[in-house]
Design a protein around this ligand. Structure first.
Ligand SMILES: CC(C)(COP(=O)(O)OP(=O)(O)OC[C@H]1O[C@@H](n2cnc3c(N)ncnc32)[C@H](O)[C@@H]1OP(=O)(O)O)[C@@H](O)C(=O)NCCC(=O)NCCS
Length: 194
């Protein structure tokens, strides 16, 4: 019997989503050492050396074995430019729940790229991982991320108090979720603004 991959590479109109590899170290370093990109990521300090990015790539290896992954978002076309990442973590296989995370290089914000990538990632989570519920946790100030989740049909279930201790202060997060039975907001089109 053929066993289907849980974390296949994916393709959308404008993007390829391929699992992270060593070619991505420089981009990962640039992304996670950038203060704009990381402004509301209170679960991790800014990367301060390429070694941080190498560790991230190592952590992302063998997704099928580890049960978590990170796709690199690559713009289709001659340059094959890396523009962001997304992926699943904290897979609870008993209850078919996992958490989604995503980060886009700031020059590409406001162009619908992450919405396009997440539609594909979420569909893969429901179909290939067999998820019933996808969690997303967002800092209260992260308006762009909140708008994105709401557009996709995630429900805001309330505040997860003191979720992360960061630089001596606790931060509340919104707890969002999407269920398979309600699915992605049907009005969402992968290439047009809502
Ligand atoms: C969160 C994040 C991914 C959101 O990115 P984004 O570009 O705003 O999200 P989208 O891909 O949904 O793009 C939506 C915007 O693109 C616009 N847009 C332009 N062209 C579009 C197109 N062809 N298709 C769809 N939307 C388009 C939409 O109108 C919308 O703009 P608006 O919010 O002003 O109405 C980004 O801000 C980010 O990476 N932040 C830093 C990391 C981070 O915080 N990650 C999340 C942690 S929880």
């Amino acid at each position: 019997m053929i066993e289907h991959k849980k974390f296949s590479n994916l393709e959308t109109d404008r993007l390829l989503l391929r699992n992270v590899n060593h070619k991505d170290v420089d981009f990962i370093y640039r992304l996670f050492s950038d203060e704009r990109v990381c402004e509301f990521l209170y679960d991790e300090e800014l990367f301060i050396s390429r070694n941080d990015a190498i560790e991230f790539v190592e952590w992302s290896k063998n997704p099928e074995v580890k049960g978590c992954n990170r796709w690199i978002l690559v713009k289709k076309g001659a340059n094959q430019e890396q523009i962001g990442t997304c992926g699943f973590d904290y897979w609870d296989r008993t209850n078919n729940i996992a958490e989604i995370g995503y980060d886009l290089w700031h020059e590409y914000w406001g162009k619908g790229y992450m919405k396009e990538a997440l539609i594909s990632a979420i569909e893969s989570g429901f179909n290939n991982m067999g998820l019933n519920r996808i969690n997303a946790f967002v800092a209260l100030e992260n308006i762009n991320s909140i708008k994105l989740l709401e557009k996709l049909g995630f429900k805001n279930e309330g505040i997860y108090r003191d979720k992360h201790l960061f630089r001596g202060k606790y931060y509340d997060y919104y707890s969002f979720s999407l269920l398979k039975k309600t699915g992605i907001n049907s009005k969402v089109n992968s290439t047009r603004p809502l």
